[in-house]
Design a protein around this ligand. Sequence first.
Ligand code: NAD
Length: 498
Amino acid sequence: MNANLATERIESATAAFLQRPHQLLIGGQWVPATDGATLEVINPATGRAFASIAAGGAPEIDAAVKAARKAFSAGAWPKVRAAERARLLYRLADAVEANADEIAWLESLDGGNPVGSVRHVDVAMAIDSLRTSASLADKITGETQLAALQSDGMGYYVREPVGVAGLITPWNAPFLMAVNKIGPALAVGCTVVHKPAELAPLSALRLGELICELGFPDGVVNIVTGLGSTAGQSLAEHADVNKISFTGSTRVGRSILTASAINLKRVTLELGGKSPIIVLPDADLERAANAIGDELCFKSGQFCAAGTRLFVHRRAHDEVVDRIAARLKGVKIGAGTAPGTQMGPIISEKQLDRVLGYISSGSSQGAELVTGGRRIDREGYFVEPTLLTSTRAEMSLMRDEVFGPVLGAATFPDADLDQIAALANDTDYGLAAKIWTRDLRSAHVLARKLQAGLITINGGGAHGRLPFGGFKQSGLGREGGREGALGFTEIKSVSLGY
Ligand code: NAD
């Protein structure tokens, strides 16, 4: 198919989706909010509303939890064998793959990211993630303890599904985050209530449509769109939810933990980051600088594991800074659906103001602006990718998660690995850390010294199936691969006397 025809086909599939009402999926039915309330969905590239969704709240969350509980305890789901759960998840992966371009287009309109990157990063990873979850469905096992010689019995433990899982996700990678939670939860036999982010909810609703078409029993997957302070809070507080898996800000993560205390829910938190990048003087500086610049623009810097604090050896500092600045100046900025766009808008006006506020506070505290720093004069919420040098650890720019394309650089005088690690670890967060060096010894010694859940060396390789999560205030627990699936299980030990 030629490119124009393909784009027309995707646009018309998206238009068809946009014309359908965007309701709540509860107990296998699409329903409006009981009071008929809706929320507008804004395209961040234009600043204009292009869809509306149902605004669920406490009553709708309660109905969804009841449907999920019923499906967990009665009906077909408890009788569905692990191999059949795997088959359903493989079919879902195939359905997502068949609709991947449309999902990417929709998510690009909704969240603003370049459609190619959504398709080949987010949606591609989501398809892999679903297949990984499917492959794990019949491999989550317990262990048998051999009886000691003198004992008259045996013991074993099994892993059972934790029950009804509440899944709350952010707007920056909505489809991937939804799949990363729904897949493992279903694989081990849980039922779920998913609350997508109100700022980018549409791809989760499209996922809900595909789930409905594939024969998952009613109530196994429920989706309630709505505000965090109402729908999200009600889900976190609900006494009949056994587990909350949350991805979002550290601030809301704390309130989820408090709300979950009501019935001691199991909790997994994937939170914010302020990840260091360390460039040792022996690194391939050109490769490092290009990758650092590209990563800063990925999702317009709205990416939890983004490297935002750059520490470069003083000998390499000027070359690295010049190269990154040149890379950033060449980035093509525009609407995510426009051909050739490399960096899209910030998600909202409020978030854009926050990003600009951090840039100006950094400058007023003495950081030097090398490139960027301004809002782009066009419709929508666009900001230039920004690099500041001469930063200090106490600047709010270097302490807080900005969640925009803003990089603060500093130097270190010698290559003492303890001192470098101390600089990098001087943060409340601990999600990721990045190392650039040609010296494998330094790379591995530093990797052990850094307090972060994901260390990437020279840009990293495939880490899709590695567990992912944070040290310190970046989270609690791990997602991804087998570890992620185990997080939706509860251990039961059985002791038997002969
Ligand atoms: P957010 O915390 O504002 O919202 C996340 C979700 O929580 C949304 O669905 C929101 O509606 C809901 N929510 C808000 N208040 C709530 C409440 N009181 N109770 C229950 N739910 C509530 O985060 P965001 O702005 O959507 O996303 C950006 C944040 O997500 C950043 O901090 C980023 O680092 C983090 N994030 C982390 C990861 C990770 O894997 N660690 C991945 C992506 C994003």
